[in-house]
Design a protein around this ligand. Structure first.
Ligand SMILES: *Cc1c(COP(=O)(O)O)cnc(C)c1O
Length: 474
């Protein structure tokens, strides 16, 4: 049995560990120097038969686990999308785990259900989401996007919910996206029985944005060929370059053809809390659904992604299914189990509530502005150096660039050099960046989003890049 006095001492050890960790996350190599299997080899192959003292567990955490961690909290973590969790949100996670409620029916925890609705309204207002829309929390953008597309499929009126899609005469359904759309949309098409081949990759303009004219052509051609358009996915802040699809112009088309418009703003949508970036939401009010990820750029730890819905009933029509043992007579309540595949749901609203209150909207704006300014500064350093180039517009906190020594113009050669450079800088343990491909060109990608990243960290990354580039064999 867990004893409470004993527990308090152990918890204090954990809080001291967290405190020290946040004092100096840069003490660790950002990308651990471990080989596959090395961590598992240090762990027993079976669970212990009898309980072990907390001390032993905690020492192994420090000795085995922490050295094998990729330190997303490191101020020079610049890979993928850099993120970080505010301490207030971490404390909320401990409290949520303590309460351990399942936010499925209103009555399985009224305060958790109502806090979710209130915090979603707060977030919606900060972002400029229309008043009548409903926000619902999911674990990730991938699941939120899947849920939106399931609602889009259900709203076609083909009775797929009742009868499925096999053994019957149905049109082939189509989803329109671009080559820059996040891969979860294709996964959703796979899971929804639409098929990966029916995600149409609409052409982009020179700045990696969906071409509305190409979208219209694709829809018209598909209709002529007997396909049924099910949804268009516009991205506000693509994963590779943070390009922004022209949502308003896309909405002109989806409205005309009566097609569901889903907007994936997982990363960049958060920046709409800044008045100077409110234009990221242009036209979004004409969409049917919108995803933003507070776990990406709003200082809550994994996981917390939000789906805003113009008509929440569309999602309920797709997913609500109430067995007798969950039936209630509660009225005027939101039963969150009706909004997706999941039944039991974590109390995720608590951490967003804590961090919104503790930082305040102005505190959040200040931090986002600092991240954007650092990225702009980095881009200006790259642009002003011969032998380096910026490869895409960088409106927010992500910069795509590469080493491009004069005289080397062969794409394969440039890819080999930059891939070697990526490995070299990441092997230092002093910084971590990732890569992408833009129109077939290999690009290094630096993303800023960590609360602890300072100008000196970005400057250090730039000098490591320059130093290692000199060593790359030509
Ligand atoms: C990060 C990202 C996703 C995936 O987010 P998860 O929450 O990890 O599923 C989806 N779309 C875009 C545009 C993203 O940047």
């Amino acid at each position: 049995m867990e004893q409470s006095g004993f527990f308090e001492e152990d918890f204090l050890r954990v809080t001291r560990w967290i405190d020290e960790y946040f004092e100096h996350p840069e003490r660790y190599a950002v990308l651990p120097n471990v080989r596959p299997g090395e961590i598992a080899a240090q762990l027993p192959s079976q669970a212990p038969e009898t309980g072990e003292p907390f001390d032993a567990i905690m020492s192994d955490f420090e000795r085995i686990i922490v050295p094998g961690i990729t330190h997303w909290n490191h101020p020079r973590f610049f890979a993928y999308f850099a993120t970080s969790a505010a301490p207030s949100a971490i404390m909320a996670e401990a409290l949520a785990a303590t309460l351990d409620v399942k936010v499925m029916l209103w009555r399985t925890s009224p305060a958790a259900a109502e806090l979710e609705s209130v915090v979603m309204r707060w977030l919606g207002r900060l972002l400029g989401v229309p008043e009548g829309w409903t926000g619902v929390i999911y674990d990730t953008a991938s699941i939120a996007g899947f849920t939106a597309l399931a609602a889009a499929r259900e709203s076609l009126g083909l009775a797929i919910r009742e009868n499925g899609m096999t053994g019957r005469d149905l049109p082939v359904l189509r989803i329109y996206a671009t080559e820059h759309t996040h891969s979860h949309i294709e996964k959703a098409a796979i899971a929804l029985g639409i098929g990966q081949a029916n995600v149409v990759k609409v052409d982009c303009d020179g700045q990696f944005r969906m071409s509305p004219a190409a979208l219209e052509t694709a829809i018209v051609r598909d209709l002529k060929d007997g396909y049924r358009p099910a949804a268009v996915v516009a991205t506000v802040g693509t994963t590779s370059t943070t390009s922004v699809d022209p949502v308003a112009k896309i909405a002109d088309i989806t409205e005309r053809f009566g097609v569901w418009l889903h907007v994936d703003a997982a990363y960049a949508g958060i920046a709409a809390i800044l008045p100077e970036h409110r234009d990221l939401m242009d036209g979004v009010y004409r969409a049917d659904s919108l995803v933003v990820n507070p776990h990406k750029w709003l200082f809550v730890p994994m996981d917390l992604s939000v789906l805003f819905l113009k008509d929440e009933a569309a999602v309920r029509r797709a997913f609500s299914l109430v067995p007798e043992y969950l039936a209630t007579t509660d009225v005027d309540v939101r039963n969150y189990m009706d909004y997706g595949l999941q039944l039991g749901r974590r109390f995720r609203a608590l951490k967003l509530w804590f961090v919104l209150r503790h930082m305040g909207a102005s505190g959040m704006r200040e931090r986002l502005r600092a991240h954007i300014a650092l990225a702009q500064e980095f881009a200006s350093w790259v642009a002003s150096e011969r032998d380096w180039e910026v490869l895409a517009p960088h409106p927010l906190s992500v910069v795509c660039f590469r080493f491009h020594p004069s005289g080397t113009d062969d794409e394969a050669e440039l890819e080999r050099m930059n891939a070697a450079l990526l490995d070299a800088v990441n092997a230092t343990g002093e910084m971590f960046i990732s890569h992408t491909k833009i129109n077939g060109r290999y690009a290094l990608r630096l993303a800023i989003g960590n609360l602890r990243t300072k100008e000196s960290d970005v400057a250090a990354a730039w000098s490591i890049l320059q130093r290692e580039a000199m060593k790359v064999p030509a």
